[in-house]
Design a protein around this ligand. Sequence first.
Ligand code: FA5
Ligand code: MG
Length: 408
Amino acid sequence: MYSKTSLIFGNAYPRDKLTNVTPSILSKITRQLYLQQYHPISILRNRIESHFNKFHYFNSFNPIVTTIQNFDELGFPANHPGRSTTDSYYINKSIMLRTHTSAHQCQALQTGAEKFLISADVYRRDEIDTCHYPVFHQMEGVQIFSINKAIEEIAYDMQISTSQQHCHINTDDNTVISITNPIQSCHPIEIANAITSHLKYSLNELVKMLFIDEKNLQVRWVDAYFPFTSPSWEMEIFYQGKWLEVCGCGVITQDILNNAGQSDKIGWAFGLGLERIAMVLFNIPDIRLFWSKDPRFINQFTSNEIIKFKPFSKYPSCIKDLSFWMNNDKEHEFHITNFCEIVRDIAEDLVEDVKLVDDFMHPKTKKRSLCFRINYRSMDRTCTNEEINGIQDKIRKSVAEKLDVTLR
Ligand code: FA5
Ligand code: MG
């Protein structure tokens, strides 16, 4: 049986039925990769901070937040899927690991800062592959303007920052009125449009700086939905043959500004993911590498320059399947992230990816059978067969015990 409280960095938290943080997740909190000198995530943070050089930087907010900070203050409805224990890490029903830097938007606004960046590690339960990891890093950007002076200030700002035209940018910057992605009814249309132009302009300038070598950078704005912005978009750039999602953004919901004592202001916010950008800029092929303590990784980065990572040889992989029958009445409770969490907890960074390779229903018994394929590979050594068999055994035992399934 579990004890009734968890001790996390000296604080005791009551456990309850939502508690799902694991020791391996909690051990990531102290790493603070985004502040570690010459770590690629930190180099990228530095670049972005230098670009927004008039902004205030918040870099030490606590990753342990209340569900009020992470969700309620931002207007998440009670039934929003992001609140689910399959997606988020709970310490208990009211305390969790932040799932995004937006969790600190309100407290940052309350300091009175009018333009700021928040950098932080964020935590999400997720599937396992080379570009997903349960901890990653985000940067939140916010700028607010006096409603009365917004149009004037924005025109001035966009005119004086004569951008160095190193690269041309193609962007579909059309501010159209949309029913599905509306301007807030409390916002005069011309002011909301000015904020939108400034947001898109600011992000365009940022990606031009980051992707300076791209001659013909293409950007597109995809309509999106966030409970704390309206209208909202996702910004994507076309890079190496693929559309890459850079960030979510939009015009801040006025209630958030009102609640922070900034009711005479209007503004924009964005939240960008650092790993995805760092992976392409530094040529890092596997998201686990950011967490590596291997000198062959760390010692390649010795300054604030963005350099291309030289991969060291890949070690052999070892593939194991794990199949089970689900107990009929528990079927609806099953979620792939529950399985991945067990794998991650036991195999830690030895697991490269997990795929669902078979899912079928027995025609007579109506029982559902799943088969997962686990691909083990260390990033810094060759694993022995014995070691992987031992891990696989532990995973089988834990799956049988925690998921209430019958192993095959
Ligand atoms: C958010 O987290 C919003 N808080 C962003 C936002 C801020 C919107 C302010 C409006 C205003 P989203 O879940 O889409 O949104 O994540 C934002 C970015 O984080 C994504 O664009 C992506 O770059 C990155 N990201 C999201 N999930 C992952 C993941 N599992 N691994 C790596 N990067 C991720
Ligand atoms: Mg998204």
